[in-house]
Design a protein around this ligand. Structure first.
Ligand code: M6R
Length: 612
């Protein structure tokens, strides 16, 4: 989704902005632009549809723009097509003010009508241009930039992270935030603003996160931050301790491939520090044992793959805790009048910690009296900061749009949380608990074993990459696993695919099975293995080609029915999805590779979905 970077310092701004934008490319975008302010040439702006390299070529890597102060943007179209004109920055009519914006201005039509009635002529179809034009309009009236910024912020509705450059202010730019992430970076003789830390981490690790309603005036020698009333405030600084190389491709063909291979280590980092002397320790949790015992119901709320983690969690947590666990898509939850009260714990899952629907669901749940526990990968992100408790997954930066290692670490952390609660509530036997703990300890090594089977998966992908439609079928945990497997395939290979609970096929979908249809049958949930075999036979009888996944102990049984069998090691049944997902991710990856798709940046998708 859209990305913002701003710089002010002693060096030429444009090359720094372009480099920052390059590090935001992974978020997904369709056009890019920069505005720079220089002592000789004043406010200069360049923007272009397409990849960043198009813009970079236009400005010779930034060398044709002059000035040590600037803002840059990658746009993911919402209002108006992806084209040069709709790209950001947008200018006020007198071209004295340039604005970049992430988010959506919901009342832009009404403001646009007002401005048109005042003689303002619009260039683009975007909601963002109203911010630039309204700001220019107020500024022309008063000549007071900060006063005009506040007037604009009071008038616009919706979500925004804004970067604002004014031709009359040669040493500073302004940033503002509401419901869209924005952070400030403090360098040596320079300052930054960015929507995502990856854009500036090579320049500084000293950052602070802007809160809703805050406005910052960013200068080379420091940043002043004001609250919604215009009063100065002190910001808490955070230190980013990421390994920069984790956000680099490091010789791998794609980030997604690298991140698939990183999963054993990511899971090890997430699990090991929380396993001590045979106990699960969540020192970061402020929930008391008494509160954990008192909850009568759990909700899991998330989007996309994080929602699929919740689907696995429903089966596993209900099994362990024997209380109802409802899983809801965040975009549905927020408008569904959900049955949440003070007896409900709401578990919110998000890799980025910035997904707008998930954030809105969190606020809705809190307003209804629920307590919020979040599972988040990005430290300091909005969801992490707003939740009552946060458990971090230690997957490290995930760059590929299609999540892999973040999904795996979310999954294992939710399993651990379920077991932790179950031990406190006394709803799991000592013996069962021991077997799960043993499985958790062995999981990274088992994942490594699964990764060694890559070639076989690549071979299967080369046989089936030409299919137009793929079905994933499974029961119970395998159904939940199928949902994520199917999403992986469709998002990166653009093949139509659906996940079905095997038992549900005969209620309609089996009509789509015809000779040559590819069905991926998931049979890692061994308690229902025989039922899955029956469903496989049903689709084979209708001519489907079947690729099956099962555990090593059931390989021979599966082979009697299906020639193409992939296996994962046997572990405790609740942990099987953590192993089963790896061959499915690899299958999707190799299929997309064969089809020549843009694997790390699939069309129309964004890494962090900050619009509704
Ligand atoms: O950052 P989040 O976990 O909140 O993101 C949720 C979804 O947008 C995300 O999982 C999306 O479905 C991925 N592209 C899937 O690979």
């Amino acid at each position: 989704m859209c990305g913002i970077v701003g710089y002010v310092g002693r060096e030429q701004a444009a090359p720094i902005l372009l480099d920052g934008l390059e590090h935001l490319e992974y978020r997904g975008y369709d056009s890019a632009g920069v505005a720079v302010l220089g002592p000789t040439r004043g406010l200069q702006m360049k923007k272009a549809k397409g990849r960043l390299k198009v813009l970079s070529a236009m400005v010779d890597g930034g060398r044709t723009m002059e000035g040590c102060l600037g803002i840059g943007h990658t746009r993911w179209a919402t209002h108006g097509q992806p084209n040069d004109v709709n790209s950001h920055p947008h200018l006020s009519q007198d071209e004295r003010i340039a604005v970049v914006h992430n988010g959506i201005i919901e009342n832009y039509v009404e403001i646009k009508e007002f401005l048109i009635s005042q003689g303002i002529r619009f260039q683009s179809e975007t909601d963002t241009e109203v911010v630039a034009q309204l700001l220019g309009f107020y500024y022309k009236e008063t000549g007071d930039l900060m006063g005009s910024v506040y007037r604009v912020l009071h008038r616009i509705e919706g979500a925004y992270a804004l970067g604002i450059l004014c031709a009359d202010v040669p040493d500073a730019f302004v940033a503002a935030r509401k419901d869209a992430p924005l952070l400030l970076g403090y360098g040596e003789g320079c300052s930054f603003v960015a929507s995502d830390v990856t854009a500036i981490i090579k320049h500084t690790r000293d950052v602070s996160y802007m809160e809703d309603g805050e406005v910052a005036v960013v200068r080379a020698d420091g940043i002043r931050v004001f609250n919604a009333m215009g009063q100065p405030i002190e910001k808490e600084h955070s230190f980013i301790d990421w390994d920069v190389s984790a956000a680099e491709k490091g010789g791998y063909p794609h980030f997604m491939f690298k991140e698939i291979l990183e999963q054993p280590e990511a899971v090890r980092k997430t699990v090991s520090p929380r396993l001590r002397n045979g106990e699960i320790c969540f020192e970061e949790l402020s929930l008391t044992d008494e509160q954990i015992r008192a909850y009568k119901r759990l909700f899991i709320v998330a989007c996309g793959s994080s929602y699929h983690v919740g689907m696995v969690g429903k089966y596993n947590l209900e099994r362990l805790l024997r209380i109802p666990v409802d899983v809801m898509l965040a975009s549905e939850f927020r408008y569904a009048d959900p049955l949440v009260d003070q007896d409900t714990l709401v578990i919110v899952i998000s890799q980025s910690g910035e997904t707008l629907d998930t954030m809105a669901a969190l606020r809705q749940a809190r307003a209804l009296g629920g307590r919020i526990l979040s599972i988040v990968n990005v430290v300091g992100s909005s969801i992490a900061r707003e939740a009552d408790d946060v458990l971090y997954t230690w997957a490290g930066p995930e760059i590929a749009v299609a999540t892999t290692k973040a999904y795996s670490t979310q999954l294992v952390l939710l399993d651990m949380l379920g077991l932790y609660f179950a031990r406190i509530r006394g709803s799991v036997t000592e013996e069962e608990s021991e077997r799960i703990l043993e499985g958790l300890r062995a999981l990274p090594e088992m994942m490594e074993r699964v990764l060694q089977e890559k070639e076989e998966i690549q071979y299967l992908a080369s046989r089936y990459f030409n299919h137009d439609s793929v079905f994933y079928i499974g029961r119970n945990l395998d159904y939940a696993l199928g949902l994520e497997s199917s999403l992986k395939l469709k998002e990166i290979s653009y093949i139509h695919s659906e996940a079905y609970a095997s038992g549900e096929l005969k209620h309609g979908t089996i009509s789509l099975i015809e000779p040559g249809t590819l069905v991926v049958a998931l049979g890692t949930y061994t308690p229902l293995f025989e039922k899955t075999l029956s469903n496989i036979v049903e689709v084979q009888a209708r001519g489907a080609d079947v690729v099956a996944l099962t555990t090593e102990s059931r390989r021979d049984d599966m082979r009697k029915t299906v020639p193409n069998v992939l296996t994962v090691p046997d572990t405790h049944v609740i942990l099987e999805p953590s192993l089963g997902i790896i061959p499915m991710q690899l299958f999707a990856y190799y299929v997309a590779l064969q089809r020549g798709c843009d694997i790390d940046k699939p069309r129309n998708l964004a890494k962090s979905v900050t619009v509704e």
